[in-house]
Design a protein around this ligand. Structure first.
Ligand code: ACO
Length: 334
C-alpha cells in the first residue's frame, strides 16, 4: 500500500531500533523477519534466545539472525535498569527487590531500554492486553511535555473514496482513555489533529461527535462534547474543529448542510473524535469489519517516546505497518 510504503522508505533512510517484547509470539517473529528483510528498522526481540532461534528455524525465518535478541532473565543491564526504575517510582515506594522482579517482564524491560536510550521505540500487544502494554509506558516513559492524557488514533483507509480525504480518515480515541473529561477530550482532539497532519498527511477537519447536532438534544453527555469543542478551539485556533455533531451530519454533505447549515466541517469531516473510548473502539471495529476498511494503528498520541500497541487480533502485516509508523515517530519524521 502506497501510504505504508512511503513510511517504510522514509524510515529506511534513518534506521531506528524498535523493540518487540513479544519475541516468542509467532506473528511477531514473522513480522520481525519481514522488517529485517525489508530493512527499514533494526529489530530488538525479547525472549529466551534458544527458544526463539528454534522457533525461527522451525518457521523458516532466516532473517531473525540479524535481530538483537535480549534474554529477559539474564541481561547485562538488569541491575542498572532496576536502579532507574526505583529512582523514577521513588514517590510510589518501589523497592529495588520489586524492580528486579519487574524488569524480567519483557513489557517493563522494553520501556526501560527506551528510557535508557538502548532502543528508540516499541511495538507490543499481539499477545498482551492494551492495559498491560500501556501501564509500564505510562509509569516509566510518561506523557510528552504539556500533555496529560495519552490516546490512540487509527488511520482508516476506506474503500469508498467519497469519505474523508480521498477515503482516508482518522478516528480517536479508539484505544486508551475510557471516559475523558471535557478538558481531556479537548486535548485528544488537538492531539488527533496533529497526528493527522504529521502521519496521515492532510489538513484535519475535526468533528467532535455526539448523539446531538448543534443543540438538537439536551443531556450532560452532550454538554461535555460542547465544552470540549470550545476548549479545543481555544487550544488550537489553527485547527478546524466543530461540534457537537452526529456522525451522519459529520460525514454526509447533505445531512451536514441540513443539520449544521453554513458549517465548514459538517458533511466534510475527515477526523472523528469520539466522546468516549466505548464509542471510538466500537466504531472503528465496525467500520473495519463491515465496510472493509483498513485500520492502521492504534497510533499512540501524547507519549514521551514512540510506543504503540496492537490489537491481539492483529495480523503480521499490522505489526509490520505499526513498526513502520513507530520507526518514523522515533526518527522525528512524523
Ligand atoms: N494517559 C496518560 N497517563 C495515564 C493514562 C492516560 N490515558 N491513564 C492512566 N495513566 C497513568 C496514571 O496517571 C498512572 O500514573 P502513575 O502510576 O504514575 O500515578 C498510571 O498511568 C496508572 O494509572 P491507573 O489509573 O492505575 O491505570 P490503569 O492501569 O488502571 O489504567 C489503562 C490505565 C490501562 C490505559 C486503562 O485506562 C485501560 O485499561 N484502558 C483501556 C484500554 C483498552 O482496553 N482499550 C481497548 C482495546 S485497544 C484496541 O482494541 C485497539
Amino acid at each position: 500500500m502506497e501510504f505504508i510504503d512511503s513510511l517504510k522508505q522514509k524510515a529506511s533512510t534513518n534506521k531506528k531500533r524498535i523493540v518487540l517484547p513479544e519475541g516468542l509470539e509467532e506473528r511477531t517473529l514473522q513480522a520481525a523477519n519481514t522488517i529485517l528483510q525489508e530493512g527499514f528498522a533494526d529489530v530488538i526481540l525479547i525472549g529466551n534466545p534458544t527458544e526463539m532461534k528454534a522457533k525461527a528455524s522451525e518457521l523458516g525465518l532466516t532473517n531473525i539472525d540479524n535481530a538483537e535478541i535480549v534474554d529477559p532473565e539474564n541481561h547485562a543491564k538488569m541491575d542498572a535498569y532496576a536502579d532507574m526504575m526505583v529512582e523514577i517510582r521513588k514517590t510510589k515506594g518501589l523497592t529495588k527487590e520489586e524492580a528486579l522482579k519487574l524488569i524480567k517482564d519483557p513489557l517493563y524491560l522494553s520501556v526501560m531500554m527506551i528510557k535508557a536510550g538502548d532502543a528508540d521505540g516499541e511495538v507490543a500487544g499481539a499477545d498482551n492486553s492494551t492495559g498491560d502494554v500501556l501501564r509500564p509506558a505510562f509509569q516509566y516513559v510518561k506523557t510528552a511535555p504539556g500533555i496529560s492524557v495519552v490516546s490512540g488514533a487509527f488511520i482508516m483507509i476506506l474503500k469508498d473514496k467519497e469519505f474523508g480525504n480521498d477515503g482516508m480518515m482518522v478516528f480517536a480515541d479508539c484505544a486508551v482513555h475510557p471516559n475523558p473529561t471535557a478538558e481531556e477530550l479537548a486535548e485528544i482532539a488537538v492531539a488527533t489533529g496533529r497526528t493527522t497532519q504529521a502521519i496521515a498527511g492532510f489538513e484535519p477537519k475535526i468533528a467532535m461527535l455526539s448523539f446531538s447536532t448543534k443543540g438538537s438534544a439536551k443531556h450532560e453527555m452532550v454538554d461535555k462534547v460542547v465544552k470540549a469543542t470550545k476548549l479545543a478551539q481555544e487550544k488550537a485556533p489553527d485547527l478546524k474543529i466543530e461540534g457537537e455533531l452526529q456522525s451522519d451530519a459529520a460525514i454526509i454533505p447533505a445531512i451536514g448542510q441540513k443539520k449544521a447549515p453554513g458549517s465548514e466541517i459538517a458533511g466534510q469531516a475527515n477526523v472523528l473524535v469520539f466522546p468516549t473510548l466505548e464509542t471510538g473502539n466500537i466504531a472503528y471495529k465496525l467500520v473495519q469489519r463491515m465496510a472493509g476498511a483498513e485500520a492502521i494503528g492504534p497510533i499512540l498520541q501524547g507519549m514521551a517516546a514512540p510506543i504503540n500497541d496492537l490489537s491481539r487480533g492483529c495480523s503480521v502485516s499490522d505489526i509490520v505497518n505499526l513498526v513502520a509508523i513507530t520507526a518514523n515517530q522515533a526518527a522525528g519524521t512524523l
